[in-house]
Design a protein around this ligand. Structure first.
Ligand code: ZN
Length: 241
């Protein structure tokens, strides 16, 4: 999962959805655990209790006091300033300990892209091509990333970089080719579907399956309003973009 963004209600909906499928061995997250949403301490405590394994996003770095905040738009910046005063020391040190990238077997976990783990958005064929080329020479050639908040897969098909839209092809068989795989965002989806997005990786069968889980959006919006978080961040949750 990726881009949970302090949305504990969405995270719980994903965990509940996982209970009705074959049990997962591990929870992997791809950063932006906090920022935007109203419950950074709750999300970090839940991930810590699950022994989740993951990496740092730009919002996580900024929440810990990093200079990344300078590149944020006004609403994101306001939310990070709120997050900085809302997080406990336990949450802050958990976030600060997240690595920029993590390699597990055939998989590279990053937030943005394998070439630029904090900032790069994989939203175009040229950017995907450069990252797929960088992964091609490595064993960990399946790049798991988030940051765009849009579920996606990129791979070379017939000599060209091809985009697969998981909304139309929710299951992809992995092979020796390098791939860029984005599960979408749990806490603030931007692909027009407001339900929490996540993916299930079956390393035995070599498949990835994208899934969605509905959650109580008005409850999260009420918590955001009570926290005084920016109006636009509240309304966009219901729109899913
Ligand atoms: Zn994000």
């Amino acid at each position: 999962m990726s881009d949970i963004h302090a949305n504990l209600v969405a995270l719980e909906a994903v965990l509940e959805a996982l209970e009705s499928s074959p049990p997962v061995d591990e929870i992997w997250h791809l950063g932006d655990v906090v920022g935007y949403g109203p419950d950074p301490n709750g999300v970090v405590a839940r991930l810590a209790s699950l022994g989740a394994h993951g990496v740092r996003g730009n919002h996580d770095a900024a929440a810990c006091g990093g200079p990344e905040i300078e590149w944020f738009n006004p609403e994101a910046r306001q939310a990070i300033e709120w997050t900085r005063q809302a997080i406990s020391e336990t949450t802050r040190s958990w976030l600060a300990a997240l690595p920029q990238r993590s390699i597990t077997g055939d998989f590279t976990l990053v937030h943005g892209s394998p070439l630029d783990p904090t900032w790069e958005y994989v939203t175009s064929a040229p950017v995907a091509a450069a990252n797929l080329a960088a992964l091609a020479s490595r064993n960990d050639r399946h790049g798991l990333h988030g940051h765009t908040h849009v579920p996606a897969a990129w791979r070379v098909e017939g000599g060209r970089v091809a985009f697969t839209d998981p909304r139309h092809h929710p299951i992809l068989a992995l092979d020796d080719r390098p791939a860029l795989l984005n599960p979408g965002s749990v806490g603030q989806p931007r692909d027009g579907d407001p339900r929490a997005a996540f993916a299930i990786l079956d390393t035995g069968a070599a498949t990835i399956e994208w899934r969605r889980a509905g959650y109580d959006i008005p409850a999260v919006q009420a918590a955001m309003a009570a926290a005084g978080l920016p109006h636009w961040l509240i309304t966009r949750l219901a729109a899913g973009h």
